[in-house]
Design a protein around this ligand. Structure first.
Ligand SMILES: Cc1cc2nc3c(=O)[nH]c(=O)nc-3n(C[C@H](O)[C@H](O)[C@H](O)COP(=O)(O)OP(=O)(O)OC[C@H]3O[C@@H](n4cnc5c(N)ncnc54)[C@H](O)[C@@H]3O)c2cc1C
Length: 459
């Protein structure tokens, strides 16, 4: 191993961090506190050449390699025991071209990095709902968030990517170069190479009207019925996710309601501000709002509103599906299991993926589930490992209750846990076989296997 570390130290401009370094524990930490793993080295890559050097060293010594963007993967794909971690966090540049309305974004940037750089131009690239999430993993899995209904998934706004391949070459992938790779990158996860730069189409997004609306848990059925109907016909500039929420101790929550369970809607209206009231009225008609923080705010503020409630280091266990139709039976199951939400950071989030996201064909990108209307994810998140069994049980019981109503085996690759490996073919859906072919062309030895893995097709 010392030979590998010596070679890396000679060849990389970033830092090579091993157990001999004081900041090794910091360097090996990923978002999900369940993954206490000890890589041989975490390499902070400063540029593509560093990425190439780690790949060469890993291949030479036959070591496993994990690639880390923002480190948010719930299954802990950004780390491993033994082997090498390509940590892209130094590659967090964001360069905005306001005339062409595009941004060049480093493979290790976070959504917050992008927002910070694009907001002053009155623009945004579609991301998710938490700003600490990595652009890398989120994009390669699809990317759904507040702007999905209006401008599509994050991948629908990807113009090109610079990719270091398993053989050490760097190539450009776009509609005009390495088209098969570009197709596979858009939904195929981290299977095909290390993206050092993403080029995104930007959209006019400045200040939006958004924030959480709290409703009584007892009104959850009415809110979910309204939500499933209204999100199918509401103007597309409205993004909005549903969730369960134990009320935090915040100024807009009545003191005597802190700790109570509510259901929440979190809208993001990116249309004329004066229309917001009318656009949100159907939700208010469905049930009385008990507390809210809906106001005009910068888009980056909305995308970071929940960052503090989902910090790094907690225990995470998630389960996810896709659904076309939210049936009455499914709503009843959600309401039953939502009632037992065990922790203030735990929830079930229901994200709409209709609108612009459905105007892209199932085979146009690797993200095949274009006929689905919602992406539900049961988020188990708690502090104490001693509580793992009870919290995991809540997620699994909830999932077992709603899954029969999903009508499909697959779920969003980015919302999987580490016991979901066998779901990979269903998660990639109609595109799995073609993905396996592309994988065989670009990574025949499955060098990039620390991910929702696509097994290379055998020729
Ligand atoms: C609190 C929280 C909120 C979330 N909210 C959303 C949301 O609103 N919308 C949504 O779509 N998803 C959301 N997710 C899921 C998120 O998309 C995934 O966790 C995703 O994997 C995070 O990417 P990352 O780069 O931070 O993760 P990492 O753990 O660094 O990487 C995840 C996977 O992507 C690969 N990867 C990462 N960067 C690169 C790169 N540059 N090149 C090649 N491979 C790479 C890794 O190898 C790994 O397989 C959320 C996750 C969390 C924990």
């Amino acid at each position: 191993m010392s030979n590998v570390i010596t070679a890396l130290n000679e060849n990389v401009r970033g830092r090579v961090i091993t157990s001999q370094d004081a900041d090794y524990d910091e360097a090996r930490t990923v978002y999900n506190g369940m993954h206490d793993r000890r890589p041989d080295a975490v390499v902070h890559c400063a540029d593509s050449a560093d990425v190439m050097a780690v790949i060469a060293a890993g291949r030479e010594a036959d070591l496993d390699i994990a690639v880390r963007g923002g480190g948010h993967s719930v299954p802990g794909f950004g780390t491993l025991d033994g082997g090498l971690v390509i940590d892209l966090s130094p590659l967090n540049h964001v360069l905005v071209d306001p005339v062409k309305r595009v941004a060049q974004v480093g493979g290790g940037a976070t959504l917050g990095d992008v927002d910070h750089a694009t907001y002053p131009f009155g623009m945004a690239a579609p991301g998710g709902v938490v700003s600490t999430t990595g652009v890398g993993g989120l994009t390669l899995g699809g990317g759904l968030g507040y702007l999905t209904r209006s401008v599509g998934l994050t991948i629908d706004n990807l113009i090109s990517a610079d990719v270091v391949l398993a053989d050490g070459r760097q190539v450009k992938a776009s509609d005009y170069q390495n088209e098969d790779l570009f197709w596979a990158l858009r939904g195929g996860g981290g299977n095909f190479g290390v993206v050092t730069n993403f080029e995104f189409q930007l959209h006019e997004v400045g200040d939006v009207v958004g924030g959480p609306m709290f409703f009584e848990y007892d009104d959850a059925t009415a809110i979910l019925e309204c939500y499933r109907e209204y999100m199918m016909r509401a103007p597309e500039q409205l993004g909005c996710f549903f969730g369960w929420q134990i009320a935090p101790d915040l100024p807009f929550i009545p003191e005597d309601r802190v700790g109570d369970l509510f259901c929440v809607l979190v809208p993001c209206w990116n249309g004329p501000h004066k229309e917001a009231e009318q656009v949100l009225q159907p939700f208010r008609d469905a049930a009385e709002v008990k507390a809210q923080l809906v106001e005009v705010m910068p888009f980056p503020m909305l995308q970071s509103l929940f960052d503090d409630s989902v910090p790094t280091g907690m225990q995470n266990y998630w389960k996810a599906d896709y659904i076309t139709e939210l049936t009455n039976e499914a709503i009843a199951a959600h309401v039953e299991h939502g009632a037992r939400t065990p922790h203030i950071s735990s929830s079930m989030h229901l994200h709409p993926i209709n609108g612009a996201a459905q105007r892209v064909g199932a085979d146009e990108t690797a993200f095949g589930h274009r006929d689905k209307n919602f992406s539900p994810v049961i988020v188990g998140m708690w502090d104490d490992p001693a509580d793992n069994e009870a919290n995991i049980r809540w997620v699994q019981d909830y999932y077992d209750a709603i899954h029969p109503f999903s009508g499909t085996e697959g779920g969003y690759v980015n919302f999987m846990s580490d016991d979901d490996d066998d779901r990979a073919p269903a998660n990639y859906g109609v595109n799995y076989e073609r993905l396996a072919q592309v994988k065989a062309s670009y990574d025949p030895d499955n060098l990039f296997h620390v991910n929702q893995n696509i097994v290379p097709a055998s020729h």
